[in-house]
Design a protein around this ligand. Structure first.
Ligand SMILES: NC(=O)c1ccc[n+]([C@@H]2O[C@H](COP(=O)([O-])OP(=O)(O)OC[C@H]3O[C@@H](n4cnc5c(N)ncnc54)[C@H](OP(=O)(O)O)[C@@H]3O)[C@@H](O)[C@H]2O)c1
Length: 325
């Protein structure tokens, strides 16, 4: 993080976009009419995803909360409707650590027969002890990256079609993290993604968050090559105390005591996602990384185009191998 980003984070001072770490999701979307947009938000039942869903709905968007816990998702929907009775919110089941569930979600979504303008790949898990997904893939990589990789691919035709018919730019936002900088030395462990012995819960999270950026970058390159009217970008939302910390609650509380100036509340935490998803300033901007509502430079690994292509091929093979089992 550069000096300006650090000062801006602590003081809340606005950057070139006119917004900064103190800006809330409501502030960065003020005056924007999203009533002609439909958005899918993964993990929209809690934390940053819920605030993103609430604010997009406030701006008029039809919001589809994709969640593995339908009770929590329906409670989130009621919470949004309580203050905004005209909000358009639907809830659909999605468990990202099951590729079968990802496919079932896309079938359910297609059955709604609605367009799709915005895909917010927000859901995530952090620092969990070594576990494998239903498909036998290390859990943080499977949930944070691979599930979203397949989900995005399966929704892409719908998004391209929507953008073509409406002339409105589609946008995909991947929730990454500053933690993408803290990964295994090689970035992504292509040769040993399921190495239980060498597993490090922090590096595995960093690896999955690096994958989120590489995925957005390679996706945006492919979309540009095709001439599709869709952008893909990634964001670091800031540090916000949410359920994400469930595997590291004590560590995070201690860390927060020493770094309290760097922490945000949830309304600020959803600002960068909402800014990148809705703001007219970012028309045509793709393959970039944002923090505190301003473009930032991610790590060298995150801007490695060959690594991004390699991850794309690796992810495709992994998805196909599960399909063929
Ligand atoms: N909070 C931070 O400081 C911070 C910092 C950097 C990046 N981020 C990123 O921001 C995103 C949102 O995190 P948050 O802080 O808002 O945490 P959160 O409140 O725990 O939200 C994460 C959401 O993802 C859902 N989820 C987890 N596994 C899933 C699965 N297999 N299928 C479907 N949904 C699943 C969770 O559902 P359940 O409740 O059912 O688990 C939850 O609703 C994450 O991608 C995270 O990596 C957060």
């Amino acid at each position: 993080m550069g000096l300006f980003a650090l000062v801006s984070l602590v003081t809340g001072m606005a950057g070139p976009s006119g917004f900064g770490s103190a800006s809330t999701a409501e502030q960065v979307t003020e005056g924007i009419d999203a009533s002609n947009l439909t958005a899918v938000i993964t993990g929209g039942a809690s934390g940053i995803g819920l605030e993103t869903a609430r604010v997009l709905a406030l701006r008029g968007a039809h919001v589809v909360i994709a969640a593995r816990n339908l009770v929590a998702a329906n409670e989130a929907k009621q919470l949004i409707l309580k203050d905004n009775t005209s909000a358009r919110v639907d809830v659909l089941k999605l468990d990202l650590c099951s590729l079968k569930s990802v496919r079932a979600f896309v079938n359910d979504f297609n059955a709604l027969q609605v367009p799709l303008n915005l895909l917010i790949n927000n859901a995530g898990v952090m620092f969990c002890p070594y576990q494998e997904s239903e498909d036998g893939i290390e859990m943080q990589f499977a949930t944070n990256h691979l599930g979203h990789f397949l989900l995005t691919n399966l929704l892409l035709d719908k998004m391209k079609n929507t953008a073509k018919v409406t002339g409105i730019e589609g946008r995909i936002v991947n929730l990454s993290s500053i933690a993408h900088q803290l990964t295994y030395p090689q970035g992504i462990r292509f040769d040993n993604i399921n190495d239980k012995i060498g597993y490090n819960d922090k590096f595995a999270y960093g690896q999955s968050k690096l994958a989120n950026i590489l995925h957005a970058n390679e996706l945006s390159r492919r979309l540009q090559e095709e001439g599709a009217n869709i952008t893909a970008n990634s964001v670091h939302p800031g540090l916000i105390m949410t359920n994400l910390m469930r595997h590291s609650a004590i560590l995070m509380r201690v860390l927060q005591v020493f770094t309290y100036l760097f922490w945000k509340k949830v309304p600020q935490g959803a600002a960068t996602t909402c800014y990148v998803a809705l703001h007219p300033n970012l028309k045509g901007v793709a393959g970039k990384y944002f923090q505190d509502c301003n473009e930032m430079k991610p790590s060298a690994l995150a801007t490695d185009e060959e690594l991004a292509k390699k991850l794309w091929d690796f992810s495709e093979k992994l998805v196909n191998s599960v399909q063929n089992n």
